[in-house]
Ligand binder design. Structure first.
Ligand code: FES
Length: 141
């Protein structure tokens, strides 16, 4: 059902934990299944120099959280804002269709952390950024 990459990131998640002096924090959750995620970012010279996560959720949510930290580190703020759940799923060699919604947590969590950073630093988000998280699908575990 799951790719080897999903299983690897689930069993050995990268960048787990908190950043104590984070520049931005994103918290997103799914009200149906109760899965919850925090993403912490550290920004320097407009680039994400560190990204960590804490996820209380299913295996796919943990694997996508782990993968998005690897994708995002080193990217500029704008590049990181463009990361989609499809990018995350592709980097994991796909997710079962019933689990695609889980990758919303990771994409929305990162976006929320970046928007938090922008707000704290009086930076206006680009027009193309949807402010509201897109994680509204039913979480049919
Ligand atoms: Fe709800 Fe995966 S995020 S089951």
């Amino acid at each position: 059902m799951y790719s080897q990459k999903v299983m690897d990131h689930f069993r050995h998640p990268r960048n787990v934990g908190e950043i104590k002096d984070a520049d931005g924090i994103g918290k997103v959750g799914n009200p149906v299944c109760g899965d919850l995620m925090w993403i912490f970012i550290k920004v320097k010279d407009n680039k994400l120099v560190d990204v960590k996560f804490k996820t209380f959720g299913c295996g796919a949510a943990i694997a996508t959280s782990s993968m998005i930290t690897e994708i995002a580190i080193g990217k500029t703020i704008e590049e990181a804002l463009r990361i989609t759940r499809q990018n995350v799923a592709d980097a994991l060699d796909g997710l079962p269709p019933i689990k695609m919604h889980c990758s919303n947590l990771a994409a929305d969590g990162l976006k929320a952390a970046i928007l938090d950073y922008m707000k704290k630093n009086n930076i206006t988000p680009p027009d193309w950024v949807k402010i509201e998280p897109e994680h509204e699908e039913k979480c049919d575990v």
